[in-house]
Design a protein around this ligand. Structure first.
Ligand code: MG
Length: 172
């Protein structure tokens, strides 16, 4: 029988990953609305990545003989002042997610749930990446400032982002 506390906490985390997906899709819609298709593409890939995170937790619950119980999702933000504002919100959001992953790990340690600790290590590493990529783009946007030409160059660069490698994680 899968540890009930861990199961409940993972179900909460599935909700958070799906909420993250919604937030990034909302940001994609903002970027499409201001004709920045490269930024929108980056956010659409981020949307997919968050769905892959939710599925990783989903599969784990079933692997452990537990039960997935979906929850209502909070509404995503829909107002963004600027590309920089969207990426400041992205970084702040990912920092919050890191805190939740850390709490989950602490709970797994407290419950002596060793396999859950091992499972969560992937997410601990992933959050380092998430914070870094959001922070890097945020820093670039700070340098771009009001330079429209530099913004277009960054947009073309972000358009290169392809489907997340984690999409193949289901085979793990
Ligand atoms: Mg995530």
């Amino acid at each position: 029988m899968f540890n009930k506390k861990i199961q409940d906490a993972i179900n909460d985390q599935i909700r958070r990953e799906l909420e993250s997906a919604q937030i990034y899709l909302s940001m994609a819609a903002y970027f499409d609305s201001v004709n920045l298709p490269g930024f929108a593409q980056w956010m659409k890939m981020q949307f997919q990545e968050e769905q892959a995170h939710a599925f990783k937790f989903y599969d784990y619950v079933f692997d452990r003989g537990g039960q997935v119980i979906l929850q209502a999702l909070g509404l995503p933000p829909t107002e963004f002042q600027s590309p920089l504002d969207a990426f400041e919100q992205t970084l702040a959001h990912e920092q919050k997610v890191t805190g939740h992953i850390n709490d989950l790990y602490a709970l797994a340690a407290e419950e002596r749930e060793y396999s859950s600790q091992i499972f969560l290590q992937w997410f601990i590493e992933e959050q380092v990446e998430e914070e870094k990529s959001a922070g890097d783009i945020m820093a670039l946007l700070e340098r771009v400032g009001d330079n429209e030409q530099a913004l277009m160059m960054l947009d073309r660069e972000l358009a290169q982002r392809q489907a997340p490698a984690e999409a193949g994680a289901a085979t793990e």
